[in-house]
Each structure stands twice: as C-alpha cells, then as structure tokens.
Design a protein around this ligand. Structure first.
Ligand SMILES: [Zn+2]
Length: 153
C-alpha cells in the first residue's frame, strides 16, 4: 500500500495549453452547417491547440533534462522523481489528446466532422467550440455519462 497523498503539494505541471484563443465563428445568414468556412475554422482551432500541446511536451522534456541530476540529496531526488512522474502522466494524457486531435482533423478532411456518432444530429458550432474533439451531441453525451455512472455503481 502506498499512500497516495499528493493532490497538489507540488506545483501542478503547467498543462494549460488549450484552444481558447480564437474568435467564435459567426455563420452568415443561411450558411449551411459545416460549410467550408466552418470546417476551416475548426481545423485552425485544432491545429493551434495541437501546436500548443506539442510545445508543452517539448518544454517538459527540456525542463526535465535541465533539472535532472541537480539534486545530490536522495530525499530531494525522490521529490523530484515524484514530480517528474506526475509530469510524465500529464504528458501522456497530452500525447493521447494530440492523437485525438489528429483523428479529428482527419474527420474534417473527410467531411465527417460535426455530427453525432450515435444519433447523427448536428453537434453544433457552440458545443464544438467548447469541445472541438466532441463526437457526440450533448444529449447522447449526457445519456452516456448517466449510463457510465449506473455501470459504476
Ligand atoms: Zn446524438
């Protein structure tokens, strides 16, 4: 049993790379859902988001290389290793996210983006701007979460 008592004693690795710095899309009157303009809009959001995540990953690697071996004291080293492993888990999540972003861009290219995987309705620009990798409409997502909770207990 190792007591996992680390919630936030160590500074949380900065994983604030996100995609929030974009101008919300304003469809023209009568513009079709997932028009070329909209697809381009989301492609840009996803690309920028990915670029930020990749920078974040790079920064960590450099940071870890710089800091490694700077602590002769084993206790300090243990703390550092703990921080590193926390950071590595974050990077792992980010790498998965990058894969998901790639897959999402691919869907845009194949004209298969923006529609619910479960029921086929439009996911909606607003929801996609909040969650560009969403593959379910809000209703199906909610249902999904309810089911998940029920299965867990
Ligand atoms: Zn749906």
């Amino acid at each position: 049993m190792n007591a996992q008592t680390k919630t936030s004693s160590a500074p949380t690795p900065s994983s604030n790379a996100d995609f929030k710095n974009f101008v919300p899309y304003k469809p023209k009157r009568g513009e079709e859902y997932m028009s070329e303009g909209q697809r381009e809009h989301f492609r840009n959001i996803l690309r920028n988001w990915k670029a930020e995540l990749m920078q974040e990953v790079d920064r960590t690697v450099t940071h870890m290389k710089d800091e490694a071996a700077n602590f002769p004291d084993p206790a300090d080293r243990a703390t550092q290793e703990e921080e590193f492993s926390l950071e590595l888990r974050t990077r792992d999540r980010e790498r998965k996210l990058i894969k998901k972003i790639d897959a999402t861009i691919e869907r845009i290219n194949q004209d298969d983006y923006g529609f619910c995987d479960a029921c086929g309705v439009d996911i909606g620009i607003k929801r996609l701007e909040a969650r560009p990798t969403a593959t379910l409409c809000i209703d199906c997502k909610t249902l999904d979460e309810i089911k998940e909770k029920q299965e867990k207990g």
